[in-house]
Design a protein around this ligand. Structure first.
Ligand code: ASP
Length: 322
């Protein structure tokens, strides 16, 4: 049983150089060497993909990462892949891979909140739990091929989000909870997603980061919406069940008239957009009139799905349009 650890940087790989602040520097081999007992769980190979703080990660790199995962899926010796990454945008790259990768080999994303030089560094425990999860035979029997493992819990990328800026218990799936937990040497599965994320066939030449995303806020200006006039798409986290201040509606109408797809979600951490509860100007009735696509994801993952939908030319498959 061979698990490949693909290291990309982040806190888990960070050391304090010259007494200064921590920066990603450690290789995959160094990460693996720091985990007691790892070799009794699986044969571990490493792949140094990058060594960057996760906010440096680009859309192209997310796509490259999905290609790396796909190449290991075709390698019969590999039974699982673990990607180590900074936690800041981890949910976005895990969801990107979830949207683009249709293989059977389990892929687990993990990282750390405390770098290896700090008391209570969590990277080794997260890596151990991730390798355990990636090599768990029942993972292949689930409808889910990509997961985030953190603090001994396994989450679906579609559900998970970073909830806390510094606590080690930062990754949670607010409304639906984790799919499994890792107890000692066992992966205890509890839930399987009824509707796994579909796999989209991305054309690399259509990949772009030019998808603008914004939260609706009380009495906001429309500047950010107008700035998206030439963008590939615009993602909007509306207030509540899908509501916006009336002052931004003309700018949204301009996007619609300019054929810029608008993908709406709610800015609430739980719940989805309403379809026909309210009828005031700026309510979900207006979103419908604007031809908005509806997303069930938070804003950052809505943007990821929108980028994928654009690159796969598949908006109608990726989103409902009530
Ligand atoms: N604080 C971040 C981390 O958890 C930094 C990053 O995302 O690279 O790794």
């Amino acid at each position: 049983m061979t698990v490949v650890v693909v290291s990309t940087g982040g806190t888990i790989a960070s050391t304090e150089s010259e007494g200064g602040d921590a920066e990603p520097e450690l290789t995959g081999d160094a990460l693996v060497a720091a985990v007691p007992g790892l070799n009794s769980v699986a044969d571990v190979r490493t792949h140094d993909f990058s060594n960057v703080p996760s906010p440096y990660f680009t859309v192209e790199q997310m796509h490259e990462l999905a290609e790396v995962v796909r190449s290991y899926d075709e390698d019969d010796e590999v039974s699982g892949v673990v990607v180590t990454q900074g936690t800041d945008i981890l949910e976005e790259s895990a969801y990107f891979v979830d949207c683009c990768y249709g293989g059977d080999t389990p892929v687990v994303f993990t990282g750390a909140m405390r770098n290896p030089s700090l008391a209570g560094a969590d990277g080794p425990a997260n890596l151990l739990a991730s390798v355990r999860a990636a090599s768990d035979e029942r993972f292949r029997e689930t409808s889910q091929n990509t997961a985030v493992v953190f603090d001994d819990r396994l989450h679906a990328p579609a559900d998970v989000t970073k909830m806390h800026s510094s606590n080690v218990d930062t990754f949670r799936s607010p409304e639906f909870g984790p799919l499994a937990t890792i107890d000692e040497d066992r992966v205890v599965w509890r839930h399987h997603p009824a509707e796994p994320t579909p796999t989209f066939d991305v054309d690399p030449d259509r990949l772009t980061n030019d998808v603008v995303a914004a939260f609706a806020t009380a009495d906001m200006t429309d500047a950010v919406i107008r700035a998206a006039a030439d963008s590939a798409a615009f993602c909007l986290a509306a207030t509540g069940a899908g509501h916006v201040p009336p002052g931004i509606i003309p700018a949204l109408e301009s996007l619609r008239d300019g054929d810029v797809p608008i993908v709406a979600t709610t800015r609430c951490p739980e719940g989805r957009l309403a379809r026909e509860t309210y009828g005031f100007r700026g309510s979900e009735a207006t979103l419908r009139e604007l031809g908005c696509y509806y997303s069930d994801q938070n804003l950052q993952k809505t943007r990821v799905r929108t980028i994928v939908a654009h690159a796969a030319d598949a908006f109608d498959e990726a989103f409902e349009r009530p």
